[in-house]
Write a protein that binds this ligand. Structure first.
Ligand SMILES: [Cu+2]
Length: 174
C-alpha cells in the first residue's frame, strides 16, 4: 500500500497536535503549581453558621491574630452582602498570612478578592477555607471583593472590601 507524502505529513502533524494537547493538559495539572483549595474546612448547618466556633472567634472586621504573622477572618455571605466586608472593610495587616473562613447562610455565593488568587464558591452548609499571603504595603490599600456566583436579583451589587494596612497603622482605629 502506498501512502501519499502529503498524507504522511498531515498524519504526522495531527499526531504531534494530539501529543501537544496532552502535554499542555498534563503541564496545567501538575506542572504549573496550580493547587485546588482544600475542602476540609468542615461542614456547618447554614442556620447555625454564625454560632459556630470559627465565626464566634473570627467574624470581626479586624483580622484576629492566630499566630506569628498569622491571622484569621470569618465572613458570612448572604443576599447581598459580606459580613464583615460590605459597608465596613475587612482589615488585615501587611506582611501577613490570612486565613479566610467563608460560609453562606442562604444561597450559594462566591468570594473573590481582586488582585489575589482568592476565589472560592461559598456554599450553604460548607465552610470554605482559604489562606492568602499579603506582602508589604506603604499605605492602606483596598482590594475589592466580589460575588461571582449568581445569587439573586441583587447579585451584581454584592461586593466588599479587604483593606491591607501598613504595620505602623495596624491596631489604630481607621
Ligand atoms: Cu452573592
Amino acid at each position: 500500500m502506498e501512502i501519499h507524502n502529503y498524507e504522511k505529513l498531515w498524519f504526522g502533524l495531527s499526531l504531534l497536535l494530539i501529543v501537544a494537547f496532552i502535554g499542555t493538559i498534563t503541564y496545567g495539572t501538575v506542572g504549573a503549581g496550580v493547587e485546588m483549595i482544600s475542602d476540609d474546612g468542615g461542614t456547618v448547618q447554614p442556620e447555625n453558621v454564625t454560632s459556630s466556633e470559627v465565626f464566634e472567634n473570627y467574624q470581626q472586621p479586624n483580622a484576629t491574630q492566630t499566630g506569628d504573622g498569622e491571622y484569621a477572618v470569618a465572613v458570612q455571605a448572604l443576599q447581598f452582602a459580606y459580613l464583615p466586608g460590605t459597608g465596613q472593610p475587612i482589615r488585615v495587616p501587611e506582611n501577613s498570612e490570612v486565613t479566610f473562613y467563608i460560609s453562606s447562610t442562604d444561597v450559594t455565593h462566591g468570594f473573590s478578592i481582586a488582585g489575589t488568587n482568592v476565589n472560592t464558591m461559598v456554599i450553604p452548609g460548607q465552610m470554605s477555607e482559604i489562606t492568602v499571603e499579603f506582602g508589604e504595603y506603604e499605605e492602606p490599600t483596598d482590594l475589592g471583593v466580589i460575588c461571582h456566583e449568581f445569587c439573586g436579583p441583587g447579585h451584581e451589587e454584592m461586593a466588599g472590601t479587604v483593606r491591607i494596612v501598613p504595620e505602623e497603622q495596624w491596631g489604630g482605629d481607621q
